[in-house]
Design a protein around this ligand. Structure first.
Ligand SMILES: Cc1ncc(C[n+]2csc(CCOP(=O)(O)OP(=O)(O)O)c2C)c(N)n1
Length: 647
């Protein structure tokens, strides 16, 4: 399809050649490209469609090579990427070595920060504004935050600070009434009230009309319209809360009216001090299926472009996700255990607790994008003997580290953390990988850490964990469970006890969680080469099954620890600490996991393969170490050599 306007936009400067009508047509073309690419390369759709006009207007009114534009979360920057020299690479969105789905400072000069976690934009933008003052730099700093992002604690902290400092800062509140699903909270209700107030631009027109119709004085008064509007605005401003915080509030304005947006941005960019521009947008705008069901199309799978129908990946109907197992098991357990309550931080569907919310609305809390508060709330609930299951992605719980320390562990309260998306998450990339949770939780006294090898074990762990009186976390990946059938009967889990899955004498793999099945496959591959290894399912990173691990290390010449987690401070580190503390020789131990660097985007399978954390990769690593061992200690090394180039 010819996109005659977009094809001419190599940088935002090119927008200046276009009329308002052309800019409107450009918005249409951008939508088509976004829908087309996302229908094939699943990504964030609805939020991006909602900010197309705002994106154009921002790049028209500012020069973000000099000025700075900071998007909150950053999942809504596809239009921004199309206008800032990344149009040709756009079809590679979220693919390995392709464009990131989020702002990426290594990707473009137009992205001042790499981001993906909500609440950061106003703080970071304020930091830039403060630095500009110190460095004597004269430029405009703009932060764009959604109505859910602005409800995050960090955003409030930044507004509080910015309103006091009075530095030049423009905050654009992109209000579409939606987080992933509906935005929750009293602040969202407050914004709702503003939304129903007359649009700022309509109000100006109305006042103009009224004054013109006054006899004689009309003309003269019209000249002072701006002043009157200013004065009236202060009196009847809908966003009074922002004014009271020290901001100049403008809005609400229609976020799909390019002309009004450009006019307003041109007007406010010359004002001093902190400014908040309230823009009303529609999530999913311009693509009916997404506009009708913005939550479903927030992060869409593949779909048909002409009707939005989701194209389900060809999947074995028996295959279900860990999230699904967690979601169903939690409901089953909560039916008989009335103490169970569930908490999500604006991720009800992603974590699967939405189903719990429908079943037990009085025992369910969606706190908004406020992970810190989620953990504090859990503490209060747990203090009374209730059992809060706090379902937060591994990467987002990082935001609440101190609350985990202070409000869960220090109190010794039985808060259970369900850490979905632990490990490599895939196409969302470095901002969303869950690679640090063992490290940031393991050192906290009272904490119990476990990870199931499959769906059946997740059920077993969850049913054990909801009985615990101390804080605990279960980590599981964004993946389908590996077994074909979910077993309804399972052996009870004993805290701190692992299991030997397979016994051999040539080496051992001690695997944690999702790495157990690939380790078993690796053992099968090695068996074909006549190398017979033991595989241990560690189950716990804290407390470790010390006796089992020491026994395995003593008996084997090569021992791998395997985890889809950072090697720094992870499961393997815990094993080494144990061995050193017990005076056990650690020479045989090799740690497999994620190196000390940020891991780029690409599908989970591709990334695990690159990290040598798939069965083949483990096998290769095992053999390279095996090859270095003295022939005397390897009884079948000669036989092995004949087949070694098979790998
Ligand atoms: C700290 C954190 N928690 C949760 C998320 C997951 N998340 C991504 S976008 C989103 C909703 C964003 O809503 P809003 O800020 O209103 O922006 P919109 O998508 O409506 O443009 C959520 C919950 C996140 N990115 N960061």
């Amino acid at each position: 399809m010819a996109r005659k306007l977009l094809e001419k936009i190599d940088s935002p400067k090119d927008l200046q050649q276009l009329s308002i009508e052309d800019l409107e047509a450009l918005a249409q073309e951008m939508r088509e490209v976004i829908i087309d690419v996302v229908s094939r390369n699943p990504g964030h759709l609805a939020s991006n469609l909602g900010v197309v006009e705002l994106t154009i207007a921002l790049h028209y009114a500012f020069d973000f090579l000099k000025d700075r534009l900071v998007w909150d979360v950053g999942h809504q920057t596809y239009g921004h990427k199309l206008l800032t020299g990344r149009r040709k690479k756009f079809p590679t969105l979220r693919q390995y070595k392709g464009l990131s789905g989020f702002p990426d400072k290594n990707e473009s000069k137009y992205d001042p920060f790499t981001s993906g976690h909500s609440g950061h934009a106003i703080s970071s933008a304020l930091g830039l504004a403060c630095a500009d003052k110190i460095n004597g730099v004269d430029r405009k700093i703009v932060a764009v935050a959604g109505d859910a992002a602005i409800g995050a604690g960090m955003s409030f902290e930044a507004l509080n600070h910015a309103g006091d400092l009075k530095k030049n800062l423009i905050v654009i509140l992109n209000d579409n009434e939606m987080a992933i699903s509906s935005t929750v909270g009293a602040f969202a209700k407050y914004l709702n009230k503003i939304r129903t107030a007359p649009l700022f631009t309509d109000f100006k027109k109305e006042a103009h009309h009224l004054i013109q119709s006054l006899p004689i004085v009309g003309k003269r008064m019209d000249q002072t319209l701006e002043h009157i509007v200013e004065a009236l605005k202060r009196e009847i401003t809908p966003g009074q809360i922002f004014v009271d915080l020290g901001f100049d509030y403008f809005g609400p304005i229609d976020g799909h009216d390019i002309s009004a947006l450009i006019d307003t941005l041109h007007n406010i960019k010359h004002l001093n001090g902190p400014i908040l521009l309230h823009v009303i947008t529609e999530k999913g705008k311009g693509f009916e299926p997404a506009a009708q069901n913005p939550a479903r199309y927030h992060s869409a799978g593949k779909f048909q472009m002409h009707n939005g129908k989701m194209i389900e990946p060809q999947k074995d109907p028996k295959k279900i996700s860990y999230t699904n197992v967690f979601s169903k098991t939690l409901i089953e357990l909560a039916k008989s255990n009335k103490n169970i309550v569930a908490i999500t931080a604006a991720m009800p569907e992603g974590t699967g607790v939405d189903a719990f919310g429908k079943e037990f609305p009085d025992r369910y809390f969606d706190v908004g994008m406020c992970e810190q508060h989620a953990v504090g709330l859990a503490n209060g609930l747990a203090a009374t003997g209730l059992k809060p299951v706090t379902a937060i992605y591994s990467t987002f719980l990082q935001r609440a580290y101190d609350q985990v320390f202070h409000d869960a562990c220090l109190q010794g309260h039985g808060v259970l953390f369900a850490l979905d998306r632990s490990g490599v998450v895939g196409n969302d990339g470095p901002t969303h990988n869950g690679l640090f949770d063992i490290a940031y939780l393991r050192h906290l006294p009272n904490m119990i850490l476990m990870s199931p090898k499959d769906g059946t074990e997740l059920k077993a762990m969850l049913s054990k964990a909801v009985q615990l009186k101390s804080p605990a976390a279960i980590r599981y990946p964004r993946a389908n469970i590996p077994e074909d059938n979910l077993d309804n009967s399972y052996d009870p889990i004993e805290i701190g006890k692992g299991e030997i899955v397979k016994e051999g004498q040539d080496g051992a793999i001690i695997a944690y969680g999702a790495m157990v099945y690939p380790s078993m496959q690796c053992a099968d591959m090695l068996a074909e080469k006549d190398i017979d290894i033991t595989v241990v399912n560690a189950r716990f990173a804290k407390p470790l099954d010390g006796n089992l691990i020491i026994d395995i290390v003593k008996k084997h010449q090569i021992v791998f620890t395997v985890e889809d987690h950072s090697l720094v401070g992870g499961f393997g580190s815990a094993v080494l600490e144990l061995l050193i503390d017990k005076g056990i020789d650690t020479q045989a131990v090799h740690r497999l996991g994620v190196p000390d660097k940020f891991i780029e985007h690409g599908s989970r399978d591709v990334i695990l393969k690159l990290l040598n954390l798939d069965a083949e990769g483990m096998c290769k690593t095992f053999i390279s170490i095996w090859n270095k061992l003295e022939p005397a200690v390897i009884k079948n090394k000669e036989e092995y050599k004949e087949t070694s180039n098979l790998i």
